[in-house]
Ligand binder design. Sequence first.
Ligand SMILES: Nc1ncnc2c1ncn2[C@@H]1O[C@H](COP(=O)(O)OP(=O)(O)O)[C@@H](O)[C@H]1O
Ligand SMILES: [Mg+2]
Length: 319
Amino acid sequence: VRHLLDRRVLFFGGKGGVGKTTCAAAFALAASREGRRTLLVSTDPAHSTSDVLETALGPTEREILPGLAGLEIDAVREARRYVDEAKSRMSGLFGPAVLAEAARQIELASAMPGVADLAVFDRMSDLVLSRAGVYDLLVFDTAPTGHALQMLRLPDGLSSWVEALTRRRREGLEARASASGADAPGARGADPVLAILEARGARLSAMRAEFGRADRVAFVLVLIPERLPLEESVRAAHELSEAGIAIGGVIVNRVLPDAASGGYFEARKAQERVYLEEIERRLPPVPRALVPQLESDVHGIAGLDRVRACLVAESAPRG
Ligand SMILES: Nc1ncnc2c1ncn2[C@@H]1O[C@H](COP(=O)(O)OP(=O)(O)O)[C@@H](O)[C@H]1O
Ligand SMILES: [Mg+2]
């Protein structure tokens, strides 16, 4: 999947345990070795990027090697920041009585499922939209498939919601303006709520536009040659194409090496061949990389280097 080195944003996703973190870290390492300033970002609440890199990462960017930085988005911290920001934005807009009630409502809402995802998505947007000048490539190590896709599809759902709110606000302002004479003070343009909504809307459209750029943004499906990960990847491929997000490559991890022989391995390899053939047939025709099952688990730069070599090996073009 060498061709992905020239993308700007890559998401590594797949079923739990298939090797997303390993492959995302190995690919980020590959990119940095090829001179691309790379940021590896974990959005999986069960972070293991620090473990695989043997470097403690936190909520802010930290250099791992020259040209390679990493961070783990902390959902709880981002949700807190999101809620505090919402409160402080309101403080200029309403009187103390309304404000106290609104703050209470926001606190209640902040415990609702989905707020953490929203907050993580917000941080992701910051990185995608405003760190592009600092890094050549952002590599996202995502949560297991369903959760990751839900997050990537947030801009679609949110856009129509923000658009509806904006429309209602504008209609309300216009109604008020015409009731009190055509050029009443406080007509649209000066309204702070409308300004916030419009800024939100603009950011969401920017993210949607970015996600739709197949030459810049791609999702990399990681799986192992077994039934359940395969079915999950097939579903993810459909959902991604519906969401208009390009699939840039497929990584088949933990493929038994030729050297594995004997009755037990022969039986496993026979099963593997069935799934490899299905992977070929049922997943979109994008470049594949095969990573062998290594004799030990993968951690540290030396371990990742072995996986890296498989990911960026020169491969025959697919026909
Ligand atoms: N090709 C491989 N050979 C051996 N062990 C692997 C390989 N790929 C991943 N692993 C190990 O499998 C485990 C799960 O990998 P990880 O990347 O954390 O998966 P995920 O992020 O998808 O949950 C880790 O212990 C990792 O070291
Ligand atoms: Mg992981």
